[in-house]
Design a protein around this ligand. Sequence first.
Ligand code: ADP
Ligand code: MG
Length: 295
Amino acid sequence: MLGTEISVYLWHEVPEEAQELVEAVFAETARIDELMSTYKVSSRITVVNEFAAERPVDAGRELYDLIERSLDVSVLTHGAFDITYESVGQHYDFRERVRPDAETIERERERIDYRLVELDSGSNSVRFSKPGVRINLGGIAKGYVVERGIDILRRRGVTNAIVTAGGDSRLLGDRRGRPFMVGIRDPRVEGEVAISVPLENEAISTSGDYERYFEQDGVRYHHIIQPSTGKPAAGVHSATVIGPDAVMTDALSTSVFVMGVDRGLRLIAGLPDYESIVIDEDGQIYYSDGLAPPE
Ligand code: ADP
Ligand code: MG
């Protein structure tokens, strides 16, 4: 679901009830996918994309709220995180090795600007102030899904669990008395872990240029777009963000990836609850101030 793999780990005394809880998380994931997937012709976000340049479109409270949070992150990151990246992003198909030509990028780039998205909270409506603008919540929706999943488990009495969607995980409690060890992938060696971090009760998100990409003439075209150029962001291989809220760690990991090591770590330094680990294109690992690098 959501173009990725969803997994649920939990501790429970009664296997049947545990199974039921896992199913409940999957059902919630499917519901959110139905609302927020740009691949579904009937999803609410598809309707927004189709008509919001013509008239305000009622997005419904839930989708509206996540769009609003996305725009807040755009302000926070000075536009590094921008859901209107999709204006160009829609022209990529990583599975089919399709990418936009220079002319298309030039034309659509003018439609990447979060300020073109106008919100009306009274009616939950979204309007685009320019034709051709498109939005995509791919950089934040998985964080939302894992946050919702953990919510379901917590409300039903679970105290130790992990919900993961692709590169985004939310942990509930610990590994029964010990921290969970969460591995950050080596961005270039499949199946290898670059660093393991002990964590409990936190969210961790990693954005990488290895999740969705293809190579052509020695260039890697991947799925994280630099809004200012309309092209895949260069310089970083993976960006990880750790903190209390998965919606934020998801959006911030994409943001740090786009901003690069220096600007990215400076952003995180200004957010006391969040830490970051960045692996650059030379394989060098950088840590935010709150994380002591391993000896
Ligand atoms: P993953 O876990 O799939 O690596 P990320 O959290 O890094 O995910 O999100 C990547 C996704 O974010 C892309 O597939 C795309 O949908 C969306 N995206 C790409 N560039 C941007 C951007 N500059 N701002 C916001 N969202 C983006
Ligand atoms: Mg992200």
